[in-house]
Design a protein around this ligand. Structure first.
Ligand code: NDP
Length: 260
């Protein structure tokens, strides 16, 4: 078989991608980038009106896309949502399990229900989404599963117990799924972003001193944007990333390699 050109190896033409948490932030950045690379993108979130606006933006650029309104913490909705992608588009090649929530509070004020809510959205959902997506992927002998993890999977910070533990679980889940699904042509990896400018981090950015302090700690001397994360998602989703499996890859402008 002749070797594919670099452009072909990075192209997502003909691929169908489901992106959870695509209504804003990192998920929307990834969805736009996948569409630009040629994929048909299915935008997930819980708010139909926002997703319709996002769909209109992609429609306006001539990119094929659908919306799939469901809550990733509800197993039945996940199954129905992925079933909907299959019945509309006939296949599912790429799952970007990106939806997530943050919770920060001192240990004594973190309730069990806070803990479970974060685990359900950030870790349990990755498990159910990956399981349901893997069924058509294994059958078609091709698939890419990409989780949005976090730098906090490998770094510690006070008050984010459930969040950090959930993201460490995501990295571990990527490894075990990579090991199990690799022989079926399916890879599974986690992207671990550093500090990215989205709604999730707005409270850090509202305080100018905190915003500057974090920017100064990053060798790039700036916060990341959703587009900074999206390039890796496109790479992992395509043929160019076919031999990368079970990894957690950090996208943090170099923050994690500096001691202070
Ligand atoms: P945002 O808060 O900006 O966006 C979160 C997205 O997740 C929204 O689209 C939201 O949609 C969706 N979402 C949340 N809960 C659910 C649910 N139960 N079902 C379906 N969709 C849901 O966050 P970010 O873009 O910053 O974060 C995206 C991912 O990146 C998360 O997993 C986060 O942990 C991770 N991350 C973010 C970092 C950052 O600095 N911003 C750093 C490291 C990791 P809606 O509310 O409309 O339903």
């Amino acid at each position: 078989m002749p070797a594919l050109s670099a452009a072909t190896r990075f192209s997502l033409d003909g691929r169908v991608a489901l992106v959870t948490g695509a209504s804003r932030g990192i998920g929307w950045g990834i969805a736009e980038a996948l569409a630009e690379a040629g994929a048909t993108v299915v935008l997930n979130g819980r708010d139909a009106a926002t997703l319709d606006e996002r769909k209109a933006a992609l429609d306006g650029r001539g990119f094929p896309c659908d919306t799939a309104v469901f809550d990733v913490t509800d197993e039945g909705q996940v199954r129905a949502g992925i079933g909907g992608v299959l019945s509309r588009r006939g296949r599912l090649d790429i799952l970007i399990a990106n939806a997530g929530i943050h919770h920060g509070a001192p240990l004594a004020q973190t309730t069990s229900s806070d803990w479970r809510r974060v685990m359900a959205a950030n870790l349990d959902a990755c498990f159910t989404l990956a399981r349901e997506a893997s069924l058509p992927m294994v059958a078609q002998r091709h698939g890419r599963i990409v989780f949005t993890g976090s730098l906090m999977a490998i770094m510690g910070r006070a008050t984010i117990h459930a969040y950090a533990a959930s993201k460490a679980g995501v990295a571990s889940l990527a490894r075990t799924l990579g090991a199990e699904l690799g022989e079926h042509g399916v890879t599974c990896n986690a992207i671990a972003p550093g500090y990215i400018e989205t709604d999730m981090t707005s409270r850090f950015r509202e305080d100018a001193a905190t915003f500057e302090r974090i920017a100064r700690r990053v060798p790039a001397r700036r916060w990341g944007t959703p587009r900074d994360v999206a390039g890796l998602a496109v790479f992992l989703a395509g043929d160019a990333g076919a031999y990368i499996n079970g990894q957690q890859i950090v996208v943090d402008g170099g923050l994690s390699i500096t001691p202070f």
